[in-house]
Design a protein around this ligand. Structure first.
Ligand code: NAG
Ligand code: NAG
Ligand code: NAG
Length: 611
């Protein structure tokens, strides 16, 4: 239990924004007053937006009712021209770092992305989660991980774990709103049951991979090293015949086919989730040749992958234009987490990288490109998070009924018109599984946590200008661009060695100090206390973290060499019998056991780099 101190806490988040938290004894109740000079003006503006929204909703409502009415009442109303729902193209790229896009001054050339961003809105206060599955889960649900049970790490291929079935996904709601939904690329949100697959969660078609980091040509994917299998699926069927085609190019071909065959009068949701530029670092040779000037071998391959991606996205936009989608389309581009400096990525000048809660792990490359934007060619500094796309896209589709239960906000007004941003805070995560006994955090609760919060738990929060980190949030090194052949090794873990033992709280004003160089935790204990209280409040709304152990039945060796659902429908009784039989098969294979032992050692080594 949290022993939150009673009384009233005031926190000046910015000159214009003050938050007063009141906790009274005997009551499990907290009241939060937000007083804000800007709020009054904002309210007026929001009010007029409201009236507009109501107007639009009424219009839409009339449009939707139009057909029903003529049936039910026999009244013949001409169908009212309803506002056309825009085509929504969401492009997620894998592991592109903050310093890996041309317009951030990168040594990697991305001319197409630079131009699309320059003609649209660049999101320069945009956050995602530090690793793959978490960012994707929030995109699909609009909820923080503490509300989906996916607090801890990625979903591993053999984990019987996927998105909660009772939370509607973004594509499921878009289908209800009349959209056709297609997914191309990497899923990485679990596949233990058929109902967990993209086609089980709202996508009407799917070509891509279910795991996180397969080979870009052979589509062989290994979990650690002891379980390997084929992972390329067309719908629910393994797509053996496409083996050998490079992932980015294969996916772009599928996107073109979709655009050529889809009627632009029906609204389209296309989720293109490229595995570039995630490891393994592979790319067709001619893209590699563009990068001979890169003396670092990993960076050269990584750059080639991004060049190929850049070129491919140009082709997608070309196809949007030639197939008649472009004028009514909204293209959103986002990285899923920071770059991995050990594999060619760069987040310079930000601190830390993929897998950490430092800015380098979570402040992402992102932009919106669309003829429908009210302002173009601008930079937005609105605080936006990956969980915001869910309500934002539903809003654009005209089907956002409520914010209840959501952690995301509809930020379209901020992006398109520069209206005040509804978001002032981001809970990056509270990961209870990260708390390991024996870590040198004896001071974690009483001293560092002021009795409010066990600071040995990995957690991170942004509130206004402030960012608070607790627990083991990953290596916080600043790793300069890898101009040298040697790679980033000599920069790695420097920061860890400098930190005093038992340090578990950091505080930064990230508006004035985006590189997190000045830790204010000791200088501003009142701010630390307030933010720890916020963490404790969020924690009270958390669901239990689901982190089941790997299931040996998932091994592709038992399923024709393919990563595929291995559990049936919920409550399937035959499952147990089949299960026992196949377990016996595994047990009798002594050679397999020996193989597994050797593989396990290898996989431990691999996993340690994952966080
Ligand atoms: C953060 O730093 C900026 C720039 O120095 C300053 O304007 C702002 O007031 C600071 N925020 C807080 C909450 O102190
Ligand atoms: C895949 O590659 C083969 C040849 O290797 C080619 O014939 C085929 O068109 C490619 N398919 C796609 C979808 O790119
Ligand atoms: C978060 O809440 C859970 C459940 O109430 C509790 O067991 C846990 O100790 C809390 N975590 C922290 C860090 O206070």
């Amino acid at each position: 239990m949290i022993a939150a101190p009673f009384g009233s806490h005031t926190l000046q988040l910015s000159p214009d924004l003050r938050i007063v938290t009141k906790i009274s004894p005997g009551q499990n109740q907290t009241s939060v007053d937000i007083s804000c000079r800007a709020l009054l003006e904002m309210r007026e503006r929001i009010c007029s937006v409201f009236i507009l929204v109501i107007g639009v909703t009424l219009l839409c409502g009339l449009g939707c009712l139009g057909t029903h009415k003529s049936k039910d009442d026999g009244v013949h109303t001409e169908e009212v021209e309803r506002p056309r729902q825009p085509h929504l193209i969401f492009i997620m790229v894998d592991d592109q770092g903050f310093g890996d896009i041309g317009y951030h001054g990168s040594d990697i050339h991305t001319p197409v992305l630079d131009q699309l961003a320059a003609e649209g809105v660049k999101l320069e206060n945009y956050y995602v989660q530090p690793i793959c599955s978490p960012s994707r889960s929030q995109l699909m649900t609009g909820r923080y991980q503490i509300h989906t049970g996916l607090q801890h790490s990625i979903i591993r291929p053999r984990q019987p774990l996927c998105l909660p079935s009772d939370i509607p996904t973004l594509p499921e709601l878009l289908v209800e709103a009349g959209y056709t939904t297609h997914m191309v690329g990497k899923w990485h949100l679990g596949f233990c049951r058929p109902s967990c697959l993209p086609t089980g969660r709202g996508f009407q078609s799917f070509l891509g991979t279910l795991t996180g980091s397969g080979d870009h040509f052979s589509y062989q994917s290994c979990d650690g090293a002891e379980a390997c299998g084929f992972d390329l699926h067309d719908g629910e069927r393994p797509a053996w015949e496409m083996t050998g085609n490079y992932s980015t190019l294969l996916y772009i071909e599928r996107v073109k086919q979709i655009l050529q065959s889809h009627d632009p009068h029906t609204p389209l949701f296309l989720y293109l989730s490229l595995q570039a530029a995630h490891t393994p670092l592979q790319v067709p040779d001619h893209f590699l040749n563009h990068n001979d000037f890169q003396s670092n071998r990993l960076r050269r391959h990584y750059a080639g992958m991004l060049n190929c991606l850049d070129n491919s996205i140009g082709q997608v936009v070309q196809q949007l234009k030639s197939s008649g989608f472009y004028q009514n389309s909204i293209l959103i581009y986002s990285s899923d987490n920071g770059g991995q400096p050990l594999f060619g990525g760069s987040n310079w000048p930000l601190r830390g990288g993929k897998g950490t809660y430092w800015e380098g792990g979570i402040r992402a490359v992102g932009f919106v490109h669309s003829p429908l934007l009210k302002r173009k060619g601008v930079v937005s500094r609105a605080l936006i998070h990956v969980s915001d796309w869910y309500p934002t896209l539903l809003g654009l589709a005209g089907t956002l009924r409520t914010h209840i239960g959501l952690d995301g906000h509809n930020v379209w007004g901020s992006i398109s018109e520069g209206l005040p941003c509804p978001r002032t805070e981001i809970l990056f995560n509270i990961d209870p599984v990260s708390r390991k006994p024996g870590e040198p955090y004896h001071k974690a609760m009483v001293l560092n946590g002021f009795g409010i919060w066990d600071t040995a738990v990995r957690a991170a929060l942004r509130a206004g200008d402030w960012k608070l980190l607790t627990g083991n949030v990953g290596d916080g090194d600043w790793i300069p661009p890898q101009a040298l052949p040697g790679g980033p090794d000599r920069w790695q873990k420097l920061e860890k060695r400098r930190n005093e033992l038992g340090k578990s709280v950091w505080l930064f004003n990230v508006s004035s100090d985006p590189y997190e160089r000045t830790d204010l935790a000791e200088a501003r204990p009142e701010v630390v206390k307030h933010l720890l209280t916020r963490l404790a409040e969020y924690n009270q709304t958390a669901v239990m973290a689901r982190n089941p152990p790997d299931d040996p039945m998932a091994d592709p060796e038992l399923h024709g060499g393919v990563w595929t659902p291995w559990l049936g429908l919920e409550g399937d009784t035959e499952e147990d019998d089949g299960r026992r039989e196949r377990m016996m098969k595994i047990k009798h294979c002594k050679l397999c056991k020996l193989k597994a032992l050797f593989k396990k050692v290898g996989s431990r080594l691999q996993r340690n780099t994952l966080f």
